[in-house]
Write a protein that binds this ligand. Structure first.
Ligand code: SAH
Ligand code: SF4
Length: 426
């Protein structure tokens, strides 16, 4: 979501005539997009702002510091911005005001939420894959989570805007579209005239999107209708990211996640029946306040029941202003770290086992650019596995048919069988 927002802002700035530069020395405006979901990203923002403040002190010519996004929506962000001499502060719901802010060439702070933000259609990115925001904000109230305060209540974008944005992307040569929201499954809920998420998937696919993905889903809103829509829409791969957060009902209740373990397992069962090749990933928080060894064991057991393909695993981070921060006391860091390590080990075993099942199979790999290692090109297949292909057989960004020859816990290794589409250099 932040990537999309950064792109939207860059697109607005480009329309104002801004020139983008590669180094701090060349810049006279630096805008930091921020995340507030855990303490660590906030620390990173502070250290970056510290560097920018030094740069500003060193400069003779004008130099503006900007901060946008989730942290910029919070009181915590205001204090940080004050401390580091931030000139432009735009909360997550006010980022479309960037052009006005830059034109003011001075202090411009806005932490409001504006419906006009949703009307902006950014320029297509120079990429084969692009994001499209469907819904902003969140109506759930998970006790650990800062998002409902940083991004406000759920608001679905008008379907016409979404479809128009996707059409523009397709004209620009985009192959893969990822639909975005904190909870895409509840799309359309606030307006009876809008399609629901299941119908929206069908409408977007009907425009001719080759690959369609979506993040994030919430188990509570992952209805049978949505499962049917995924199963019958070939552009949507058999890939679902479905955060579970914990395997213990007691902890789920303390987190105010509205479902229980059995319900989650039932959704997974239903998904697997409809999508036999399902690749399932999740988010888990370990060391939530009050999590006993017994609760944690239930998360480990759930892992063995589900066999996730991969997972984002987080240590609980107490975020000021959230209900769990106010109500519960944090546990010692060593306990959280030790649990995280055990969970990572278990996930590694499952990831290897699940990835090995793809060896010998043929997949479509979308390569967006060069890999980190020279000899390899990095792409991802229709189920979102990262796949490395020998660079020598990949003439450039594009779509390739490849046979998987080897698997590690975090990667598939393939050989190119066919060039399906090689993008023109632009
Ligand atoms: N709306 C999405 C994503 C929310 S943030 C969802 O509900 O799944 C992404 C992930 O960050 C969450 O799924 C959760 O696992 C994690 N997270 C959120 N707040 C956290 C906190 N205070 N400490 C640790 N992890 C957190
Ligand atoms: Fe946060 Fe829960 Fe909303 Fe996800 S569903 S954004 S975790 S409050």
């Amino acid at each position: 979501m932040n990537e999309y927002d950064s792109h939207l802002v860059a697109s607005e700035l480009a329309a104002e005539g801004a020139i983008f530069v590669d180094s701090l020395e060349q810049a006279n405006f630096v805008l930091v997009n921020t995340c507030a979901v855990r303490g660590k990203p906030v620390e990173k923002v502070k250290s970056l702002l510290g560097k920018l403040r030094k740069e500003k002190e060193r400069r003779r010519e004008p130099f503006l510091i900007g901060m946008m996004g989730c942290l910029a929506s919070l009181e915590e962000g205001r204090e940080i911005a004050e401390h580091f001499g931030v000139d432009v502060l735009l909360g997550a719901g006010a980022i479309h005001k960037i052009a006005e802010a830059v034109r003011s060439a001075g202090r411009y702070w806005d932490q409001g939420f504006y419906p006009e933000l949703d009307e902006i259609i950014p320029q297509p990115p120079h990429s084969l894959s692009a994001y499209v925001t469907l819904i902003r904000g969140c109506d759930h109230h998970c006790t650990y989570c800062v998002v409902p305060r940083t991004r406000g209540p759920e608001i679905s974008r008008h379907p016409d805007l979404i479809l128009r944005e996707v059409e523009g992307l397709l004209e620009a040569g985009v192959i893969e579209v990822t639909l975005l929201g904190q909870n895409v499954n509840s799309y359309g809920k606030n307006d009876p005239a809008y399609p629901d998420f299941a119908d929206l998937i069908r409408q977007v696919a009907a425009l001719g999107v080759r690959r369609l993905r979506f993040v994030t889903s919430h188990p509570m809103n992952f209805s049978d209708r949505i499962i049917e829509a995924i199963a019958e829409t070939s552009a949507v791969g058999q890939y679902v990211h479905l955060p579970v957060q914990s395997g213990s009902d007691r902890i789920l209740r303390r987190m105010a996640r509205e479902y229980r373990r059995d319900y989650y397992l039932e959704r997974v069962e239903k998904l697997r029946q409809a999508l036999p090749d399902l690749v399932l990933t999740t988010d888990v928080i370990v060391g939530f306040p009050g999590e006993t060894e017994e609760d944690f064991q239930q998360t480990l057991e759930l892992y063995d029941q589900v066999g996730f393909d991969s997972a984002y695993m987080f240590i609980y981070s107490a975020r000021p202003g959230t209900p769990s921060y106010e109500r519960f006391s944090d546990m010692p860091r060593e306990v959280k770290v030790e649990r995280l390590e055990r969970l990572i080990e278990k996930q590694k075993e499952w990831s290897l086992r699940r990835n090995q099942a793809w060896v010998g199979r043929s997949v479509e790999v979308l390569v967006r650019g060069p890999g980190r290692e020279e000899d390899w090109a990095l792409g991802h297949d229709q189920s979102n596995h990262p796949v490395l292909l020998p660079a020598a057989s990949v003439p450039g960004p594009g779509l390739y048919r490849a046979r998987i020859e080897q698997a590690s816990p975090h990667m598939l290794f393939g050989q190119v069988e066919e060039n399906l589409l090689v993008a023109e250099a632009s």
